[in-house]
Write a protein that binds this ligand. Structure first.
Ligand SMILES: [Zn+2]
Length: 337
C-alpha cells in the first residue's frame, strides 16, 4: 500500500484482494466455480470459521465485551500468519447455506459458504478449532484476514436482513452473495456499513484522554467512540460525541484512517482531536462512560508495563490511535494479564 499518511496496515483493513466484482452477475461462471475442485471454500458457521494453529499460540483470558454477541473466548495476540483459515474444496463443503464470491488470487477462486443451521456434520478436525474474526483476526496472514473480514461482514448482513424492507417478503441472495433480491417486487438490497467515529483526544500538554466503559473492570481504558447519526457528518459526530461522553469541546481534528469492524456492520473512522481552548474539564457521562482520565506518555508506559492500565488489543483501531500518539508499540493489552 502506498504511504498515504494514515495509519498503515490496520489489522482488519489489509486490502489488496481482487474482489472480482465484475463477475458477481455471471451466474453460469459462479456455478462453474462451485464445481471446480481448485476452488477454495471458507465455511462460516454463525460467524465462526475453522482455523489451524490456535493450539500453538497464547489465548488471552475471556472478557465480556459489551459490543460483542456473548463473551469472547479470549483475544489471540500472535504473530501475523501464525493462524490459518481452513479452506476446503467444494465437495468438502456440501452444506446448505448462502454462497458468496470473495476473491480471485493467483488463479484460485475463494468463496464462502455461510451456514446457520446445525454444525454437527462437520465438527472441527484434529488440530483445528472454530473461531471468530475478533479472536483470531490479528494472528491471520494478510490473505486470510481479508477473506475472513469480507465473509464475516456478509454473514452478519445476510443473517440480519432476511426480508424485503419494502414489502416484507423473504428475499433471496443474488449477485454471488453481494445482494438480496425480493421476488415480489424485484427490489435489490445491498450490504450496509454503519459509520462510527473513534477518537483519541489530546491536550496542549501532549496528554491523551481515555475512558472506561461502565461494563469494564478497573484499569481498562480505550478511546471514545460513537455512531454517525442520520444526516450528520463524521466531523460533527466527533464534536457531538466528545461533548456527550466526556463533556469536552474539541477542535483541530486529524483524520487518521478507517477499518471495517463487522460486529455486526461498523466502519470505524479514526481521529485524533485536540481539546479546544476554554473547554470544560473532562467528566464522564456516567452512563456509557464511568471514568475518564488524562495520561501522560510516562503514565501510559508505566501503567501498561505494570498491567495496571489495559488498552485494547491490536485488532482494534483504538490501540493504533493510542500508539500513534505514544510514538511506539506499547506493552500489554487486555488480551493478556
Ligand atoms: Zn419486496
Amino acid at each position: 500500500m502506498p504511504d498515504i499518511g494514515l495509519l498503515a496496515s490496520l489489522t482488519l483493513a489489509r486490502g489488496g484482494l481482487d474482489r472480482v466484482a465484475e463477475r458477481r452477475g455471471d451466474e453460469a461462471w459462479f456455478d462453474a466455480v462451485w464445481s471446480d475442485p481448485t476452488t477454495r471454500v471458507l465455511v462460516v458457521h454463525r460467524g465462526k470459521a475453522r482455523v489451524r494453529g490456535v493450539e500453538e499460540v497464547d489465548r488471552g483470558p475471556a472478557l465480556t465485551d459489551p459490543s460483542y454477541d456473548g463473551a469472547s473466548r479470549g483475544w489471540i495476540e500472535a504473530e501475523r500468519g501464525s493462524v490459518e483459515l481452513v479452506l476446503v474444496a467444494p465437495e468438502q463443503a456440501a452444506y446448505d447455506g448462502v454462497r458468496v464470491l470473495l476473491a480471485l488470487e493467483d488463479g484460485i477462486t475463494y468463496v464462502a459458504l455461510l451456514v446457520h443451521g446445525s454444525r454437527d456434520p462437520w465438527d472441527a478436525d484434529a488440530g483445528t478449532t472454530w473461531e471468530g474474526l475478533r479472536e483470531v483476526g490479528a494472528a491471520l496472514g494478510d490473505r486470510d484476514a481479508g477473506l475472513f473480514v469480507m465473509a464475516t461482514a456478509l454473514a452478519n448482513w445476510h443473517a440480519g436482513h432476511p426480508r424485503c424492507p419494502r414489502c416484507g417478503e423473504a428475499t433471496v441472495a443474488s449477485q454471488a452473495g453481494w445482494s438480496r433480491t425480493c421476488p415480489a417486487d424485484s427490489s435489490q438490497h445491498f450490504p450496509r456499513s454503519d459509520p462510527a467515529v473513534i477518537v483519541l483526544i489530546l491536550d496542549d500538554d501532549d496528554r491523551a484522554l481515555l475512558g472506561r466503559r461502565a461494563e469494564w473492570p478497573d484499569g481498562f481504558f480505550s478511546t471514545l467512540a460513537g455512531f454517525v447519526e442520520a444526516g450528520e457528518s463524521a466531523e460533527i459526530t466527533v464534536i457531538r460525541e466528545m461533548a456527550e461522553e466526556a463533556g469536552v469541546d474539541v477542535d483541530r481534528l486529524d483524520y487518521l484512517g478507517s477499518q471495517p469492524w463487522p460486529f455486526p456492520a461498523s466502519l470505524m473512522l479514526g481521529y485524533h482531536a485536540r481539546l479546544a481552548a476554554g473547554s470544560p474539564e473532562p467528566r464522564p457521562d456516567g452512563e456509557e462512560i464511568t471514568e475518564v482520565r488524562w495520561f501522560s506518555r510516562e503514565e501510559m508506559r508505566a501503567g501498561c508495563e505494570a498491567g495496571t492500565v489495559r488498552i485494547p488489543p491490536s485488532i482494534s483501531i483504538a490501540r493504533r490511535l493510542i500508539e500513534r500518539w505514544y510514538g511506539a508499540p506499547l506493552p500489554g493489552s487486555w488480551a493478556r494479564p
